[in-house]
Every structure is written in C-alpha cells, then in structure tokens.
Design a protein around this ligand. Structure first.
Ligand code: DAH
Length: 350
C-alpha cells in the first residue's frame, strides 16, 4: 500500500472514530487543515520537477478528494444519527393508553340518602337541613328530654365551645332537633291563619344529615348519619306511621314481602314509642329481625314546643340510620369502611 493510500485509510479510520461533529472537525484539521498532512504533502511538491508535479499532484488530489468524500459521508452520518436521537426523544408513542381523568362517584351513604329523599319525596315529604352544632334546647330540652336524661351524659355527647353553662353548644346527637326547627318555621309561616282559627297545611318533612356521639366500634362511628321524619296534622295517626314506613322500607329494599315489626320502646319525645324492625323473607338476612329506626307519636310537650296546640295537632316522627340501611342493602358488615375513604371499597358502589 503506498503512502497516499494509507493516508486516506487513516483519515477514514479517524473520521469513523469521531463520535461528534466537533471531534470530526478536529480530525479533518489533521488532514486538510493549514498544517494538515495533505496540505504538507502539497507544500512538499515545490521541489519537484514539472513532470513529477503532474503525476504526484494528481495522486495527492485523488487522495484529498477521497478524504473529503469520507469527511462528507461521516458528517452526514453524524447528523443523521443526531436527528434520529432527537426524533426518538420527541416521538409520541401513540400506543400508550391515554391518561384518563379519574371518574368520581357518590359515596354509598350519599346514594342511600338520595334514595331516601326520592322515596319520601314521592310521598309528599319536604327535605330540610339544619346545623350540626346545636344548642341543648333543640337537641334535648325542646324534645322533652329532662336535664338528667342519660342521653345528655358527657359519655355520649360532644360538647363544643360557644355556648353558656346553662345552654351549652354541642354536636347534635341526632337529627330530632330538626323536628322543632322545621315545625317552628312552618308554624311561623302560617301564624296568621292559626291565630285566625284556621288550620295550617300539614307538616311533612324528612331531615337527613350528620350526627355525632362519643362511640366507636364496628357498628358505631363518632360521626354517623340519621334521617328524621315528621308528619304533623290534625288527624295523623300511628296507622299512618305504619303505612308510610312500611311503604318506605319495601320500596327502599325493593322487597314487597318485607315484614315490619313495631316493638314498644321509650323515647322522651314520643308517646307511645316504638323501635321499627324489619325482616327479609329471602336473601342472606332472611328471617332475622333487624332494627332500622326509632319512632312514635309525637309527645304533646314537643307539639307545644313547636308552637302548636297538642289538643288539635298530632302526628308521628321517626329517626332512622342511613348508614345501617346502606350496610343492609349492600351487605357491608363493618361501618368503619364507609368512613375510611379507601377507594377500593368505595369504587364498588359506582
Ligand atoms: N332520635 C332518636 C335516636 O337518635 C331516634 C328517634 C326515635 C327519632 C323516635 C324519632 C323518634 O323521631 O320518634 O335514637
């Protein structure tokens, strides 16, 4: 191999080893630069004869062209590689599944509350909401609950700041205060008619919401839900309570053969009072009595605290636990699951 061939060879090799354009330009300088090897060879021709210049010059030129061709090819190869890297970095991988927006849904207890509102709404009941921080007047006293009643004990009531010793504030322990609040508003609206000896439209309302007690285990949570019901008129009887509540339960559980039992009980704000038990005839809970609500005929003292004459107005009330209804409907056995916020549990209800 003559000198020129090996020069071309080593240029090609060096170009091939150049991994970046900058490196390549350095390599180029070694051959084609001002004092590059090709340039030196050309300078060296000065001493040659005219004949020699011709043949030697032609040979050097060919070598130079070969080196330039290799340089151009390598430049192109490097530029192509760089472009490939850039394209790869910027590429959209259309085979990746899109990032989906998480789909929200209603909490199972909210689903139950909506269901309760829908069913009672179809029976002509309004829906009322009230404060979770209550006064002891609405939570206890107005509901005919004497001051030494166990329900007032520190053990199950969360007292909160803001009241007075004589009238402390508390987190409502039930939704029953809404009986008084709603009835008082209703009576106020119809005061003129009542004062004129006319009758007022019936009070027919449910009041769902959060309630609080110092209690926590698999079936009790310090925060839980209740839904109050109240129907007051001139001629509303215990029979109406039975009809309304039976209808509600059968619709709620979509079970026409559901059996109800009104078991005598005590609540300060009703007389007589009853716990309401239900019994499924089919399914995993068939045959068992399950308590779902407290109820009763509204006590005359409570009717009086509503601003009504208990000789003329009478009715019934009930208070049920939507959390428990949700557990029964879906077969959930630990109440705490509802309030842990575990998406794996909650997403099953969507
Ligand atoms: N407030 C009662 C409780 O929390 C439930 C209740 C019982 C509500 C009887 C009522 C009723 O309206 O008439 O245990």
């Amino acid at each position: 191999m003559n000198e020129l061939d090996s020069l071309v060879e080593s240029a090609v090799q060096l170009f091939a080893q150049s991994a970046s354009p900058a490196e390549l330009e350095n390599a180029k300088a070694q051959f084609l630069g001002k004092s590059g090897r090709v340039t030196e060879l050309m300078k060296g021709m000065a001493q040659l004869s005219v004949e020699e210049k011709k043949s030697c010059g032609a040979a050097i030129n060919m070598a130079k062209q070969a080196i330039e061709a290799a340089l151009t090819a390598r430049r192109q190869a490097l530029a192509d590689a760089e472009l490939q890297v850039q394209l790869k970095a910027e590429a959209l991988d259309v085979s990746l599944p899109g990032r989906q927006r998480g789909q929200g849904g209603l909490h199972p207890v909210s689903l139950t509350l909506e269901r309760i509102e829908g069913i009672f709404g179809s029976m002509g009941f309004d829906v009322a909401e009230g404060p979770e921080i209550e006064t002891d007047w609405f939570n206890f006293t107005a509901l005919n609950t004497p001051e030494d009643h166990p329900a007032r004990s520190m053990h199950d009531t969360f007292y909160v700041e803001g009241g007075t010793a004589a009238a402390p504030n508390l987190l409502r322990t039930h939704t029953s205060p809404m009986q008084i609040r709603h009835a008082v508003q209703h009576v106020k609206k119809h005061r003129a008619a009542l004062d004129a000896g006319q009758s007022m439209p019936e009070i027919r309302v449910i009041a769902p919401g959060r309630t609080y007690r110092v209690d926590s285990d698999a079936t009790h949570s310090p925060m839980f839900h209740q839904c109050e019901g109240l129907w007051i008129g001139e001629n509303v009887s215990f029979k109406d309570l039975k009809v309304v509540f039976t209808d509600f339960c059968r619709t709620f559980f979509e079970s026409d053969d559901l059996v109800l039992r009104f078991r005598p009980s005590f609540f300060p704000f009703t007389e007589p009072s009853a716990e309401i038990d239900i019994q499924f005839q089919t399914g995993p809970l068939a045959g068992r009595w399950l308590e779902v609500a407290g109820s009763g005929q509204v006590h005359p003292n409570v009717v009086r605290n509503m601003g009504l004459d208990p000789e003329k107005y009478i009715g019934f009330a009930f208070g049920m636990g939507p959390d428990r209804l949700t557990m029964l409907r879906y077969g959930v056995n630990d109440l705490r699951l509802f309030f842990d916020g575990d998406i794996r549990f909650l997403s099953q209800f969507q």
